[in-house]
Design a protein around this ligand. Structure first.
Ligand SMILES: NC(=O)c1ccc[n+]([C@@H]2O[C@H](COP(=O)([O-])OP(=O)(O)OC[C@H]3O[C@@H](n4cnc5c(N)ncnc54)[C@H](O)[C@@H]3O)[C@@H](O)[C@H]2O)c1
Length: 328
């Protein structure tokens, strides 16, 4: 019998990609309200790319349906509804992805960020306590704050900046507290700067390609020397798969990224190499974005056998080819 996995926030960018891959070996159940950075989000309706994003979000739902992955449309802040869903599925594993997954949005709207990120996490922790349900919690590279060395490891001090990183770090602490008090087992994942098909989150790679497709110039925040550990979605999914049901991942934290940061101006150069007429300009940097860089993935390589496959050039080639295939 296959193990049952619930993905909370499973219609999101990471969630639906993860669900499609995990379905090969597990019984997968998606829970999502579709209200945050998804079809029901009001701000989506103000976006200039509204039609494109609605289309991509519907593509996610179609893919889940095509792969016989059931979606329960539930707001995970609702403890009673969530409890009855868990009781009906009796999962072996739950993956918590639900959040306002964007640092700038989090700083603009702390209340709803705390609500969707922490209330949903607290509900899950409380529902699974005392049962043998393993929790995989999605944290972030933002827990480190400004990177103080070339490569940060899971043992380095966390000093987050702003609402998003602080909540992610609080989430980690809460997950660990439930392990201390109730012996609930967990794996904490710290991803960074993901990109790939059907993302509507407005991260830099997506914004650059969509601008270039519309023949608009690219705008870099800062001087372009900020570096991020850009990670293609398939690499992250591969890393998560390796951590599931792996005794070496129990009660552990893993950085799961490409493991080699690239400067934003390198990303811009890559995009303009596909769209040669597009120019690049610079604007003021957001001071609340920490200065990041490379996350060490040595632990994931050693303990899980993780081996990312997509350097930025290869990942962006995939991503741009996919966008071009949409014939926008
Ligand atoms: N994408 C990245 O680059 C990145 C990097 C680091 C960490 N993360 C973390 O990974 C997780 C997933 O990120 P993503 O990029 O897929 O985000 P996303 O915004 O695409 O997906 C989040 C999903 O959670 C759902 N959700 C939010 N609140 C909910 C609630 N109350 N009830 C039910 N569903 C709810 C939303 O509807 C959405 O579909 C987040 O926790 C995020 O912080 C993402």
């Amino acid at each position: 019998m296959k193990k049952r996995i619930i993905l909370l926030g499973g219609a999101g960018f990471i969630g639906h990609n993860l669900a499609l891959q995990l379905k090969k070996n597990y019984d997968v159940f998606v829970v999502d309200s579709l209200q945050v950075n998804n079809i029901g989000e009001h701000s989506l309706k103000d976006s200039k790319n509204q039609n494109l994003y609605i289309n991509l979000l519907n593509q996610r739902l179609d893919l889940l349906k095509l792969n016989n992955i059931p979606i329960q449309i539930v707001d995970a802040r609702d403890y009673t509804l969530l409890t009855s869903f868990f009781n009906s599925i009796k999962p072996h594993i739950v993956i918590h992805l639900a959040a306002v997954a964007h640092a700038k949005k989090a700083n603009k709207d702390p209340y709803s960020t705390i609500d969707h990120s922490m209330r949903t996490l607290e509900n899950v922790l409380d529902i699974i306590r005392g049962r043998s349900i393993h929790l995989i919690y999605f944290s972030s590279s933002m827990v480190y704050g400004n990177f103080k060395k070339k490569k940060v490891t899971e043992l380095d001090h966390c000093d987050p900046l702003g609402i998003y990183g602080t909540l992610k770090f609080s989430g980690e602490k809460l997950v660990q507290a439930y392990e201390q008090v109730f012996k609930s087992t967990y794996t904490i994942i710290r991803p960074s700067a993901l990109y790939g098909p059907r993302c509507v989150s407005g991260r830099v790679g997506q914004v650059f390609i969509e601008k270039a497709l519309k023949k608009q110039n690219l705008e870099i925040e800062g001087d372009g020397n900020d570096a991020l550990d850009f990670t293609y979605i398939d690499d992250l999914i591969h890393g998560i798969e390796l951590s599931i049901d792996n005794p070496k991942a129990i009660n552990q934290i893993f950085n799961i990224t490409y493991g080699n940061a690239a400067k934003i101006k390198v990303l811009a150069d890559l995009v303009t190499s596909y769209f040669p007429r597009i120019k690049v300009s610079f604007k003021k940097r957001d001071v609340l974005m920490p200065e990041r860089g490379t996350l060490s993935i040595l632990k994931a390589k050693k303990e899980l056998g993780y081996m990312p496959q997509f350097n930025l050039a290869k990942g962006m080639h995939e991503y741009i080819s996919w966008y071009k295939s949409l014939n926008l």
